[in-house]
Design a protein around this ligand. Sequence first.
Ligand SMILES: C[S@@+](CC[C@H](N)C(=O)[O-])C[C@H]1O[C@@H](n2cnc3c(N)ncnc32)[C@H](O)[C@@H]1O
Length: 208
Amino acid sequence: MDKVINSYDKIASFYDQLGQLVFNGALKKAQVELLNGYKGKNILIIGAGTGSALKDFEADQFESIDLLDISEQMHDRFFDTGISKSPNINYFLKDGRIPDLQKHYELIMFPFFLDQFDEEEIRKILISYRSTQSKFDDLAIIDFTKPKKFKHKVIAKIMLYFFRITTGYTLNKIPSIFKVSDEILSDAKKKEKHYYGSFIKSSVYSCI
Ligand SMILES: C[S@@+](CC[C@H](N)C(=O)[O-])C[C@H]1O[C@@H](n2cnc3c(N)ncnc32)[C@H](O)[C@@H]1O
């Protein structure tokens, strides 16, 4: 489990703008659409980054919002935003690969978090979250699929190269995240949605 933990510290100051530019808002749109369905609920976001999707909401639209990331710079950027001051919001600087759930969540969301790990590690992460199933209702993964279109293959190559030189990312291809999650969560009800010409997928697994 204890492989390299990437450091997004170096790119935290421009990560959101870059993502917006390359994916024309699709990274955030997929998260906002999902969060819209969990108003009034307790949610946990793993690998939350600057929490940019939350800027479209008021904190009191949710019962509580917990965010978790390992990058101090991402954490600090979140605290530059207005929503971060609300008492029902907590940001934990922690390793999100290991679940440490202190309360019950209606939603645990992994937005563009699992793509940093190989399939073996994704499997371990999802198995350990699955083992805490009494602590949550739905588990959502928003991430990249295997690129099929030429344009997406080019973007994937440039993106992986960029993350390798900036964050210490070690993979040379996008892992088969959804193949692993469909396997681990095979008995859960699943709702899927595609974005950016199917290069991005949102899969919500209802585990209750
Ligand atoms: C690609 S960024 C996605 C950020 C955000 N979810 C978004 O959609 O804008 C991946 C995030 O995962 C965080 N991260 C990497 N390894 C982590 C770990 N082991 N535990 C928690 N967060 C981690 C990085 O610091 C980074 O903020």
